[in-house]
Design a protein around this ligand. Structure first.
Ligand SMILES: Cc1cc2nc3c(=O)[nH]c(=O)nc-3n(C[C@H](O)[C@H](O)[C@H](O)COP(=O)(O)O)c2cc1C
Length: 187
C-alpha cells in the first residue's frame, strides 16, 4: 500500500483547498492511503509513516511560511538523517500571479533536500497552459480548472513515483502513461 502524506500550512484556507486536491490526485492511484495534515496537527509519526510527501505553504514574502519552516526546524529537527529517501514535492498559493509561488515551492524543496528527500517537479502539462514544473501553484484559492488540474496532477505524480520506486509497480511509471495520454500542452 502506497502511503502518502499531504502536509500544509494555511492561514486563510487557500493552501488547504490545494491540499485536498493534491490528496484527491494521490488517491486516484490504486492501493494508495492518503493522510492530510495541517502543520498544526502533524506529528513526526506522520512524516515517518509516509513514503511520499507533498508539502504546501502559502507564499509569504516569496518563501514558505514561518510556521512550515518552524515545523521542520523545531518539530522535525531531531529527526534529521532519519527520513532520507522518501519522495517529495511542493505546492503553494500566493496573493497573485507573479507573487513568488514558484520561489516558495523552491524554498520548500530546499528544506526537503536538506532532509534527504528525493524531490521532483512535473514535466507534463496539467492543462494546455498550466504546468507544475516546480510544484503546483495558484493565485488565492484553486478556483479555476487549470489550478485544480495542476494540484491533482501533482498528487497523482507523487503516488505514481512512490508506487514505482518504493513498491516496484512499473505499470504506474508516468512516462508510459504520458505516451498513451499525449500532452495537453501539445494538442
Ligand atoms: C505574511 C504574508 C506574506 C505574504 N507574502 C506574499 C508574497 O510574497 N507574494 C504574494 O503573492 N502573496 C503574499 N501573501 C498572500 C498569500 O500568499 C495569499 O493570500 C495566499 O493565498 C494565502 O494562502 P492561505 O489562504 O493558504 O493562507 C502574503 C500573505 C501574508 C500573510
Amino acid at each position: 500500500m502506497n502511503r502518502i502524506l499531504v502536509l500544509y500550512d494555511s492561514k486563510t484556507g487557500n493552501t488547504a483547498q490545494m491540499a485536498r486536491l493534491v490528496a484527491e490526485g494521490a488517491a486516484s492511484i490504486a492501493d494508495t492511503e492518503v493522510r492530510v495534515r495541517s502543520v498544526d496537527e502533524a506529528t513526526p509519526e506522520d512524516v515517518h509513516w509516509c513514503e511520499g510527501l507533498a508539502v504546501g505553504s502559502p507564499t509569504n514574502m516569496g518563501v514558505l511560511s514561518w510556521k512550515m519552516k518552524r515545523f521542520w526546524d523545531d518539530v522535525m529537527g531531531e529527526h534529521w538523517m532519519k527520513l532520507d529517501g522518501k519522495i517529495a514535492c511542493a505546492f503553494s498559493s500566493a496573493g497573485g500571479w507573479g507573487g513568488g509561488m514558484e520561489l516558495a515551492c523552491q524554498s520548500i524543496l530546499t528544506v526537503l533536500l536538506n532532509f534527504g528527500f528525493l524531490v521532483f517537479g512535473v514535466t507534463d502539462y496539467a492543462t494546455k497552459l498550466h504546468t507544475a514544473h516546480y510544484g503546483a501553484v495558484t493565485a488565492r484559492a484553486p478556483r479555476t480548472g487549470d489550478a485544480q488540474a495542476a494540484c491533482r496532477l501533482l498528487g497523482r505524480r507523487l503516488a505514481e513515483w512512490t508506487a514505482v520506486f518504493v513498491h516496484g509497480r512499473q505499470a504506474e511509471h508516468p512516462a508510459n502513461k504520458m505516451a498513451e495520454r499525449g500532452l495537453p500542452g501539445q494538442e
